[in-house]
Design a protein around this ligand. Structure first.
Ligand code: PLP
Length: 424
């Protein structure tokens, strides 16, 4: 199946007389005829469901669809993108371990790594996605367990060189984890470029309708944990809490990562996505390919319009030929990048504030990457406590406007920009 078809058909195949749509199994628990039957599940001897804190059939249908879209072998849903990022790293890195991460990852992920996971004893080295080979090499330590990057960074819109970072990770016998939220598997499939694990904030384009917060982790099934036995003891040595099962032996390269993540992290931390939310996520996935195509074509027209406007100082969109990352974007995302643009208006903070007041269609929101066009001026909202100098140091200049282009008629979006710019 091609990507557009997978969006509709993958993950769930109803049998004769069963519901056409993915059923919502809104049940915390599951019944068994005998204790032995249930015992086999607890020993991971058989697959099945016993408690929704770990697994639920609705979630698994949706996760299987995302696995198919990414070209992976196994996947799981999480309650949020944050939970997916955390689990993907914590599944292989413990206290005393180290991770190399791109410095331009989403601010929430940066904080999770740099503050919260440091408190748990995991060390991080952040490198620029454009660092030199020497800088990248120097970032690795003997206790490094993973490399983490974002296909298109939110909000810097820097395109990550997946192939280069995958080679570096593999040279050090560790997997590359990619946050593919902004590109989605419609525009980029990181596994084809060497990534080993992909995560998503499904809250963005995958849901696409501002309806549900969620996340997903997908395994490529390619990383050979057993070949690096000493580095990943959690996968390659017996888990006493499951009668001495060794995940990489019992579930192979294809299933070990997600099985361990479900059996241990979901069991102990419980960041499961509600089955009802998984159902809504699936509705979003059904139209993902269509919507992403429209987001990208709208965003390119808006970016070109802004680039030619006399009041606009600069435009950052990797789909623009003038963009520093255009060639890299064409390599990894030949059909389009995403719907998010950032730009600056002449006259700095004051004019940006005026412009924001006059927008009618584009709504002011902290969110991005959904059907509605939305806009944020960080200097007067999320980052308002910072001075102009501090804003520049944070990479969010006082004039910066983040514009997430929706799937409305692009003429309406451009007319809205036109009238708001005219009043500046
Ligand atoms: N990754 C990226 C690229 C994001 O933009 C976000 C949220 O904005 C997250 C992860 C975190 O996802 P969530 O808000 O679903 O927890």
């Amino acid at each position: 199946m091609r990507q557009e078809t997978k969006c509709i058909e993958a993950g769930y195949e109803p049998k004769n007389g069963e519901s056409r749509m993915i059923p919502i199994i809104q049940s915390t628990t599951f019944k068994y005829d005998t204790s032995e039957d249930m015992g086999k599940l607890f020993d991971l001897e058989e697959t099945g469901y016993f408690y929704t804190r770990l697994q639920n059939p609705t979630n698994d249908y949706v996760a299987a669809k995302i696995a198919a879209l990414e070209g992976g072998t196994a996947a799981m849903l999480t309650s949020s993108g944050q939970a997916a990022s955390f689990y993907s790293v914590f599944n292989i890195a413990n206290a005393g371990d180290h991770v190399v991460a791109s410095s331009t990852i989403y601010g929430g992920t940066f904080n999770l790594f740099n503050v919260t996971m440091r408190k748990m004893g995991i060390d991080f080295t952040f490198v620029s996605p454009d660092c030199s080979d020497e800088e990248l090499e120097a970032a690795f330590k003997p206790n490094t367990k993973a490399v983490f990057g974002e296909t298109i960074a939110n909000p810097a819109l820097i395109v990550f060189d997946i192939e280069r970072f995958a080679k570096a990770a593999h040279a050090h016998n560790v997997p590359l984890i990619i946050d593919n939220t902004f590109a989605t598997p419609i525009n980029c499939r990181p596994f084809e470029w060497g990534a080993d694990i992909v995560i998503h904030s499904t809250t963005k384009y995958m849901d696409g309708h501002d309806a549900t917060v969620g996340g997903c982790i997908v395994d490529s099934g390619k990383f050979d944990w057993m070949a690096n036995k000493d580095k990943f003891p959690g996968l390659t040595t017996p888990d006493e809490s499951y009668h001495g099962i060794t995940y990489a032996e019992k579930f192979g390269k294809e299933g070990a990562f997600i099985t361990k993540c479900t059996a241990q992290l979901m069991r102990d931390l419980g960041s499961i996505q509600a089955p009802m939310n998984a159902y809504f996520l699936n509705l979003g996935l059904e139209s993902l390919a269509l919507r992403v195509e429209r987001h990208c074509s709208n965003a390119l027209k808006v970016a070109e319009y802004l680039e030619n406007h006399e009041l606009v100082e600069w435009v950052n969109y990797p789909g623009l030929k003038s963009n520093k990352y255009y060639d890299r974007a064409k390599k990894y995302m030949p059909n389009g990048t995403c719907g998010v643009i950032s730009f600056g208006i002449k006259g700095g903070r004051e004019n940006a504030e005026k412009f924001m007041k006059h927008l009618k269609l584009a709504m002011i929101a902290t969110h991005v990457a959904d059907a509605h066009t939305c806009v944020l001026h960080p200097a007067s909202s999320t980052h308002r406590q910072l001075t102009d100098e501090e804003l520049i140091a944070a990479g969010v200049g006082p004039d910066l406007i983040r514009f997430s282009v929706g799937i409305e008629n692009v003429e309406d979006i451009i007319e809205d920009l036109e009238q708001a710019l005219a009043q500046v």
